[in-house]
Design a protein around this ligand. Structure first.
Ligand code: DX5
Ligand code: ZN
Length: 220
């Protein structure tokens, strides 16, 4: 599986989003990770479909949309119309999982299921044939800037093993606390999509920091 860096915009100032998206567009990262939070599934609010469609014009990079919302079925069409390329939602929502995944795929998008740190990895098994990406949360979803949870690496290893055994082409993403040290641990465990937010925004130059991290991950 190819290694993909997915910068998350959550760590940057939303007031400056045009510049941030244009910077990521110029970088070597292939995805842009967009965190949608509803203040209900997670204790934080971010943005909705209008924001995504407004920034769509600044880049042709893959929009990797991470829905941390409860009413997935109600809003799915809006996120598809907004220009998402990949839509990942949480297995813990526990409602219409199969039909939502089927709907995403029927519209020609890639689908993903995310699992919170306390959720067992094997809960995704019944849906594995319907997903392109398994997203292992390496922090409790809701906020950027938290510390990486080492104990989630086992989950990555288990999913990787399952994917190999079943001969699947499944992307395995990791989200939360990813930096130049934790990213390589995840790659060694079997992850290939690395979402990084606050680490990139802490560096002096967003484009060169993104390119350097991308290079580092490709050399693991
Ligand atoms: C957390 C979000 C992450 C977040 C990662 O709920 O899903 O995508 O942006 O940010 P960092 O890299 O700061 O942990
Ligand atoms: Zn995310």
């Amino acid at each position: 599986m190819s290694i993909i860096l997915a910068p998350s915009i959550l760590g940057g100032p939303f007031s400056n989003m045009e510049k941030i998206i244009k910077d990521f567009d110029q970088s070597e990262a292939s995805y842009i990770h967009l965190d949608v939070m509803d203040g209900d599934f997670v204790p934080n609010l971010t943005f909705g479909p209008k924001f995504i469609s407004d920034i769509r014009k600044y880049t042709s990079k893959t929009f990797d949309v991470h829905l941390m919302i409860n009413r997935v079925d109600k809003f799915l069409q809006d996120y598809i119309n907004a220009g998402s390329d990949i839509i990942t939602f949480h297995i813990e929502v526990n409602e219409n999982i199969e039909s939502n995944l089927q709907y995403i795929k029927s519209k020609g998008l890639k689908s993903g299921l995310a699992i919170k740190p306390d959720t067992n990895w094997d809960t995704i098994i019944p849906f594995i044939h319907l997903i392109d990406q398994a997203l292992v949360m390496t922090v409790e979803p809701g906020f950027g800037g938290q510390s990486f949870m080492n104990n989630q690496l086992l989950k990555v290893e288990e999913i990787k093993k399952l994917s190999k055994d079943k001969n699947l082409t499944l992307d395995i993403g990791v989200d939360g606390g990813i930096d130049d040290l934790t990213g390589p641990l995840c790659i060694n465990a079997g992850a290939n999509v690395l979402i990084a937010g606050s680490y990139l925004f802490k560096q002096e130059n967003l484009i060169s920091a993104t390119n350097e991290l991308n290079k580092k991950f490709h050399n693991v």
